[in-house]
Design a protein around this ligand. Sequence first.
Ligand code: NAD
Length: 254
Amino acid sequence: MTELEQQVDRLYGMIEGAKRIVFFGGAGVSTESGIPDFRSKDGLYNQHDVRFENYTPEYLLSHTCLVREPEVFFEFYRQKMDTRTIEPNITHFFLAELERRKKLTAVVTQNIDGLHQKAGSRTVYEIHGSTQQNYCASCKRNVSPAFIFESEGVPKCPHCGGMIRPDVTLYEEGLPAEAVAGAVDAIRRADCLIVAGTSLHVYPAASFIYEFHGKHRVVLNREDVGIRLDPENDLFIQGDMGEVFRRLQAKAEG
Ligand code: NAD
């Protein structure tokens, strides 16, 4: 048996023994669907694009950019954040099935792509918001998910003429209070926490995992993200998410 097979066996046992799993995920959950993460070598922060070479990615996704240079913000946003045609992958589907089986109580995601819901997950705390929702910065009315992607220049509210913006948490902005409260509550009540596909570089989101006081902590990532684990109860799997979840799926199917 390879080390990965042994680790997947252990993870499968933890999942089967748990009743209140929370999955805390990041951009690595959606890379297999074709959405680049931020910090990997093929990630958005390492892509060279002449149109935006005078800007840092943090600036292009910041509140300052939205307000000071909205044309630049929306050009970048339309180009990089339109994931409407992208489909969920094995990880999203497996988690939705765990929720149906009443094993998993919540997905807490830093992702803004809406793929967990597309795969059938119901309790999803989107702590950085979602590209699937937009609203008017002036009158606060919601507009359709496609509104920004199907407009040009700075999108304007059909009701009041204010600027339409995505309901995502930009750099310099606070996190959505309701999603954060739900996420923290779910993590505090969990008996197993799976932290997967996140570099844990973005705060305060990354700090939420320290609210967990249950039995098993599992970290799954291609690289070591530096969380101290208890070898007895916890598990670190250094590997590819799709491969791990395909193996779990095969086990579940017997
Ligand atoms: P990150 O880019 O900082 O880190 C991604 C992590 O996932 C890395 O540690 C990488 O090693 C790992 N990873 C990537 N693909 C993997 C795979 N197939 N298997 C295992 N591990 C894999 O992303 P982050 O920590 O989520 O923080 C970045 C911020 O960017 C988040 O706030 C998120 O909102 C946003 N973001 C979202 C999306 C999305 O919605 N799909 C995509 C990119 C960035």
